[in-house]
Design a protein around this ligand. Structure first.
Ligand code: NAD
Length: 464
């Protein structure tokens, strides 16, 4: 068979149209670059179709379910009767479809050449795409790898009708009675929280000695306590020995703890890079445990090949992907943008209570050689938080006589406080500066202002 003809060169050929890939394509086209965007599934990737958006739609429903449970204690006569899964998924799918339509429209208007099919690097400047209409070869002055990540499983644990990762757990036809969530990281605690709100009995099994181990230890402690109050069991320092499952139920055998008999096992033990079978090693791109290492300008060790998003070691977050994509487009266009720094990327976990953090933890700040001061302002002193019925805290880590290095928050509603926290950390503001800014009353944001006042030695609703 004749070799497929190769396109005339695009400025960028992007492999993968998830957060990193499509952001790169949009920014590049704004800057006048020619772009081919290769995607084997739907534009929007994991975040839009199997991650951030659908799960947050479900978590919003979970919040409404809990609202219905407590409404009567606020004087509103209603009660929680159960979950209509068809309506639940219809609403979630509608949100996804609306965003997908908008995104597809944007990509179309930007004049980006979308090529459907599975792409593979055949040399350092050519991507071959196997699509329905046959094979195409796209030549790019720069090739951007943006193939993202997949949900890992535990070796020896087979997925099946009763054992699944987040990919399928977000489309459950019915709410299981008993669930074991394997992994107490971000996905684990979000699903545990959601399924509990929907009425399931949930046990989280975590190998490390605390859940959400990437956060401040005090946050792990608070979440564990609040989960317990909500009836969610957490087993830490507990390893999974094996899982037995059939069509109807599953048994999780644990090392040093009683087996868990459940209706659903949800595996949430991290996400791995999608770097296999796309010609990377053959083209000379170095892989490290499957990830694509890059320099700070997101260049791989092969001239003309960049990588963005979850493929690149570091935080696996959609907004990091957006930032990477924008950075590469601007760098290729010669704008000399500032590299993306993982430390100033905000992290939000949408369990109940929520977690939101940015910057260095106390330990990391000490490790970086700072003389550190940490203050904590409890949401128990914040009017709006009391009205909303949440406890929690805002912890501020500062360099002694210096800027705020990190902000770490837990409590219902703190996800929306992250914008101010990231400005404070990103702009290296001192608590003394933040303390003089007037925060609206009554808001949960006041807790950030109060934490800054406390760190500046002039607390209002707290003791120094
Ligand atoms: P994670 O790395 O956050 O957590 C995985 C957890 O599983 C870890 O705590 C690990 O110790 C534990 N674990 C691993 N093997 C285990 C075993 N055999 N038994 C018990 N525990 C085990 O990974 P995740 O929760 O799967 O999330 C994947 C990525 O997706 C993360 O980087 C996360 O930040 C990202 N994500 C972010 C959001 C958000 O921003 N809200 C939401 C979902 C996912």
């Amino acid at each position: 068979m004749a070799d497929p003809t190769t396109s005339s060169p695009f400025d960028l050929v992007i492999l993968g149209a998830g957060s990193g890939g499509y952001a790169c394509a949009l920014r590049a086209s704004q800057l006048g670059l020619t772009v081919a965007l290769v995607e084997e599934d739907k534009i929007g990737g994991t975040c839009l179709h199997r991650g951030c958006i659908p799960t947050k739609a479900l978590l919003h429903a979970a919040e409404l379910a809990d609202g219905a449970r407590v409404a009567a204690s606020h004087g509103v006569l209603t009660s929680f009767e159960g979950i209509d899964t068809a309506a639940l998924h219809a609403r979630k799918d509608k949100v996804v479809a609306q965003l997908h339509r908008g995104l597809t429209g944007l990509i179309g208007q930007a004049g980006i050449e979308v090529v459907s099919g599975r792409g593979r690097l055949v040399d350092t400047s050519t991507v071959e795409v196997e699509g329905e209409g046959g094979t195409t070869r796209l030549s790019g002055r720069t090739v951007v790898l943006a193939t993202g990540s997949y949900a890992r499983t535990i070796p020896g644990v087979e997925l099946g009708p009763r054992v699944m990762t987040s990919d399928r757990a977000m489309d459950l036809a019915e709410i299981p009675q008993r669930v074991a969530v394997l992994g107490g990281g971000v996905i684990g605690v979000e699903f545990a929280s959601m399924l509990r709100s929907f009425g399931a009995e949930v046990t989280v099994v975590e190998a490390l000695d605390r859940i959400v181990a990437a956060e401040e230890p005090s946050i792990s402690k608070h979440l564990t306590r609040e989960f317990k109050k909500r009836g969610i069991t957490t087993l830490t320092s507990t390893r999974v020995a094996s899982v037995e499952a059939d069509e109807h139920r599953a048994v999780v055998h644990l090392e040093g703890a009683d087996p868990l008999e459940v209706d659903l096992v949800m595996v949430a033990v991290g996400r791995g890079p999608r770097s296999e079978g796309i010609g990377l090693e053959e083209a000379g791109v170095t892989l490290e445990r499957g990830f694509v290492p890059t320099d700070e300008r997101l260049r791989t060790d092969v001239e003309g090949v960049r990588a963005v998003g979850d493929l690149v070691p570091g935080l696996q977050l959609a907004h990091r992907g957006f930032a990477h994509g924008i950075f590469v487009a601007e760098d290729v266009a010669g704008l000399d943008p500032r590299p993306v720094d993982d430390v100033t990327i905000p992290k939000v976990t949408y369990c109940d209570p929520e977690i939101a953090s940015v910057g260095l933890s106390t330990e990391a700040a000490k490790g970086a050689g700072h003389d550190v001061e940490t203050v904590t302002y409890p949401l128990g002193g914040n009017g709006r938080s009391i009205i909303r019925g949440t406890t929690g805290s805002v912890t501020l880590v500062r360099a002694k006589d210096g800027p705020v290095l990190g902000v770490h928050m837990v409590g219902l509603g703190v996800s929306e406080l992250i914008s101010e926290a990231q400005l404070v950390v990103g702009w290296e503001a001192h608590p003394e500066d933040v303390a003089t800014l007037v925060h609206a009353h009554p808001t949960q944001g006041e807790a950030l202002g109060e934490a800054a006042m406390l760190a500046a030695g002039r607390p209002l609703h707290a003791h120094a």
